[in-house]
Structures are given as structure tokens and as C-alpha cells.
Design a protein around this ligand. Structure first.
Ligand code: ADP
Length: 468
């Protein structure tokens, strides 16, 4: 029985508690029993002594009264041979006229005599008068304020000893039995109560990163173990989702890297197949460089996301005027907008000072403006504005473009996600831009939101805390 198992510890605790309770109860019962038996005996001795004192006022001549048996029976319920009685003069002397032969004599200690002369009764337990100690009461008989004689009555404590021994024997026999029964019962109960834990341990052992879809069995009883199973299942659900996301991310990242690499490889192979003119080589190299740029851009994006996820995204924070960044991005966006035949407006721009990394914030804003232009058909409009809103700087990029469906709205900030509309048209990039934008906003303790309706346009809002 390993003490490291909860079952063993529970049983041990339970049995120890039961032992202490049993000993306390048994001890109290034993004490009460002895006290009440002794008390009853003293009361009966007192009764007998008083009855004898009343019946024998003439003292020595009429002692013991003829109904001595009946007197003992009246107070003890029986009159055994091991009873004792004596009548003495105030100095403890026996009446010489009392000729009836008697075995042994009740002892009379100086203390008893002293008490008696003061008119006080004394109880004593005397050993050596038989197999059991004898309880003796010495009672002075007082008449007109004077002690005229002493009455001694005694009774063997045989009954007390026998009852006491029986009680102890019964307890001694019952206690181990109760202990064994309770210990065994406790062990079985603990095993039953903890069986679900064993099952959970077994099930948890089976679950690995490969089969996170498996769940622990919930009993539905609503008890602690059921709640534990529920909590573990919820945790497994979150782990499953996280693992799924990671797998999806790796698959998407590989796929996005594979496409430009395949193009690159194909172009170089074709170029190497036969001798080309310098112009052909120039074209091939230019195209290869474009693919390499795409790959580099993608890898840089992935690295940024990985660092942001790990919480180690380096930020060159400094006080800056967001209005200045908005105007710079507007300047860059204008060129892109013109190329797409889209009009880019600069809406109200308030001077707002915040603490941030200018390079990353420029990238965030350019991403949004670039998206606005990319996903707005020619002739449409994109507006960039900056407002102050209580404790926040609020950067807005709205467009009159293709918009997003409610399902897309929920997922546009996920890595590699592209709206159905964009996918079907083969437009857009790798789908990392918004995810990076969100990471940059969050690294500035800000957040990014989108409102959009399909076919009408979208508004992306970035809220960043003001510089205190
Ligand atoms: P991408 O490089 O594909 O633009 P993003 O992360 O920037 O990646 O955007 C993810 C997807 O969100 C886009 O593919 C596009 O479908 C959708 N999206 C982003 N901005 C807009 C917008 N202004 N209007 C409509 N759809 C947009």
C-alpha cells in the first residue's frame, strides 16, 4: 500500500480519525460507567449506614439488627456474603459484649477516626480483605451534638470490577473488528470514488499531439471529477484548435513559398536549356529577382509574425506625430491609387502624438491603404483620416470597394486568409498583410477593427493609445 496513492492516504486518514473517535467515545463511556457504579455503591452504603444508625439507637446491645439482610437487600438489590458491617464506640473500639464471631475486621485509620470525631463520614477503598477491594463507609452516629458510636458498612467491589472488565473486554473485541470493517469499507469506497480518476489518467495517457480530437468521458454528475473532466476537455479543445492553426499555418506558409520557388526554378531551367541573347538573360534575371523579392517579402512577414507571437517583436518606440506618418503614407498611396485609377483622399487629419515605432506604423497604414486601393474597382475612392478619440488616436482607411462578407469579416485577420471574392479573381497577395497589421497594432497596445458590407466597401480602424 503505497502512501503516495490518494486512496491509501484517504483510508489511513479515515481509519485514524475513527480510532481517535472510538478511543474518545470508549474512554468517556468507561469513565462514566466506573463513576456511576462507584457513585451508586457509595449511595447504597450510605443508605445502609443511615438505616442501621436509625434502627439501633441502643447501639451495641441490639447490633446487628435481625433484619440486616433485608437492609442490605433494600439498598443493594441483593445481600451477599462479602458484605461487612461493624458498630464501634466513638474511639473505634468494639463492644466486648458483642460476642458473635466475625471474620476479619474493617480497618479504622487515624484519618477516619479524626473525621468521625468531627462528625464527618469517610469513604475508603480497602485492599487485602479478599480477592476484590472493599469499599468501606465509616459514619459517626451523633446524638445531642455528641458522637455516640461509629457505624461501618462495607461491600466488596466485585461487581464493579467484573462489569469494568466485561466492558473493557467487549471494547477490546469490538474495536479491532470495527477498525478492520471501517478500514476495508473506506478502502473500497475510496476506490469506487476514485475510479473515474483512474479512467481519466488512462484516457489522458492515450491522448497525444496526433489525436487531440479524443476527449475524456464526462459522467454528467456535475461533481468535482465531472467538472475536472469538463475543464480538461475544454483545454484539449483549445490545444486542438491551436495545433490545427499551427499545422494550417505551416501548410499555408510552405505553399506560399513553393509557388514563387517553382516559378523561379522553371524560369532558370528554361533559360539554361539553350544559349540566349543578353536581353533574354536580362529579362529572366529580372523576373527571377521579382520572385526572390516576393519570397523575401513573405519570409520577412513570417519572421515578423513569429516574433510577435513569441512576444519578442523589436520595437523602436519613440514619441511621434501620427499625422506626419498619415501624410507620408498618403503621398506613397497616391502613386498606387493613380496606377489603379482610384482616387485617394486625405480626410481630416488632426495632429496626434503617440509613442511608437514609426517604421512599423508606416507599414501598417500603407498595408491598409494598399488593400483599400487593391480591392476597390477603378473609379472608386479610398479615404485616409486621423482623429483623436478620448484616450485614443483613431486612424481610418475607408474605401468604396468590393467589401467583405460577414464570414470573411471574422477571418480576414488570420494569416494566409483571403476572401472568397479575392481568391476567385486571383487577386491580392499571400494574405499576411492584415495579420501583420494586427500584430503591429497590438504591439503598440492598440487594436484594429473592420466594418464592411459586401459590394459597398470597407472601413478599417486602428486605435492606438495616445502618448500620455
Ligand atoms: P493580401 O495580401 O491578400 O491583401 P491581407 O492580409 O492584406 O492579404 O488581406 C487578407 C484578405 O482580406 C484579402 O485577401 C482580401 O480578400 C481581404 N481584404 C483586405 N482588405 C480589404 C478591403 N479593403 N476590401 C475588401 N477585402 C479586403
Amino acid at each position: 500500500m503505497s502512501i503516495r496513492s490518494i486512496r491509501a492516504r484517504l483510508t489511513l486518514w479515515y481509519t485514524s480519525l475513527l480510532t481517535v473517535t472510538f478511543l474518545l467515545l470508549g474512554g468517556t463511556a468507561y469513565g462514566l460507567l466506573v463513576y456511576s457504579l462507584s457513585h451508586d455503591m457509595d449511595a447504597a452504603l450510605n443508605g445502609v449506614a443511615e438505616a442501621l444508625a436509625k434502627q439501633t439507637p441502643q447501639r451495641f446491645t441490639t447490633f446487628p439488627p435481625s433484619n440486616i439482610d433485608e437492609v442490605f437487600r433494600r439498598f443493594f438489590g441483593f445481600s451477599r456474603l462479602d458484605r461487612h458491617f461493624e458498630m464501634l464506640d466513638p474511639f473505634g473500639r468494639r463492644d466486648p459484649r458483642w460476642s458473635r464471631p466475625r471474620p476479619g475486621r474493617l480497618p479504622l485509620s487515624p484519618k477516619v477516626l479524626q473525621n468521625a470525631s468531627a462528625g464527618l463520614p469517610t469513604f475508603e477503598t480497602v485492599k487485602g480483605m479478599g480477592p476484590y477491594p472493599v469499599r468501606v463507609l465509616t459514619m459517626p452516629v451523633v446524638e445531642a451534638g455528641r458522637v455516640i458510636s461509629l457505624i461501618q458498612v462495607g461491600m466488596s467491589q466485585k461487581n464493579l470490577y467484573i462489569t469494568r472488565r466485561r466492558f473493557l473486554l467487549t471494547m477490546g473485541a469490538v474495536f479491532p473488528l470495527v477498525l478492520v470493517l471501517a478500514g476495508g469499507g473506506g478502502w473500497i469506497l475510496a476506490r469506487r470514488a476514485l475510479r473515474p480518476v483512474d479512467r481519466m489518467t488512462e484516457a489522458a495517457r492515450r491522448i497525444s499531439a496526433e489525436d487531440l480530437a479524443e476527449r475524456l468521458q464526462e459522467t454528467g454528475a456535475g461533481d468535482e471529477l465531472d467538472r475536472l473532466a469538463k475543464t480538461l476537455n475544454e483545454m484539449l479543445g483549445r490545444l486542438d484548435a491551436a495545433f490545427h492553426q499551427i499545422r494550417q499555418f505551416s501548410a499555408d506558409a510552405s505553399h506560399e513559398l513553393q509557388t514563387p520557388l517553382t516559378i523561379l526554378k522553371g524560369e532558370l531551367e528554361v533559360a539554361l536549356r539553350s544559349a540566349r541573347s543578353p536581353d533574354d538573360y536580362q529579362r529572366t534575371l529580372k523576373s527571377a529577382l521579382e520572385e526572390i523579392d516576393r519570397i523575401a517579402h513573405l519570409v520577412e512577414g513570417l519572421l515578423l509574425l513569429a516574433r510577435a507571437d513569441a512576444g519578442v517583436l523589436r520595437m523602436d518606440r519613440q514619441p511621434l506625430d501620427l499625422a506626419q506618418i498619415a501624410e507620408e503614407v498618403y503621398g506613397q498611396g497616391k502613386v498606387l491609387a493613380d496606377a489603379h485609377a482610384v482616387t485617394l483622399h486625405l480626410g481630416p487629419v488632426e495632429p496626434v502624438s503617440i509613442q511608437g515605432d514609426p517604421e512599423r506604423l508606416r507599414r501598417l497604414l500603407l498595408n491598409l491603404v494598399d488593400n483599400g486601393i487593391k480591392y476597390t474597382p477603378p473609379g472608386g475612392e479610398v479615404t485616409l483620416s486621423l482623429e483623436r478619440d478620448e484616450e485614443w488616436a483613431s486612424l481610418k482607411v475607408s474605401d468604396t470597394g468590393i467589401g467583405l462578407s460577414p464570414e470573411d469579416l471574422e477571418r480576414v485577420f488570420q494569416p494566409f486568409y483571403r476572401a472568397a471574392e479575392t481568391r476567385s479573381r486571383g487577386e491580392g497577395g499571400a494574405g499576411l498583410g492584415l495579420c501583420i497589421a494586427r500584430s503591429i497594432a497590438e504591439a503598440h497596445s492598440g487594436r484594429i477593427q473592420v466594418e464592411s458590407s459586401l459590394g459597398r466597401g470597407s472601413t478599417f480602424t486602428v486605435r492606438l493609445p495616445l502618448h500620455p
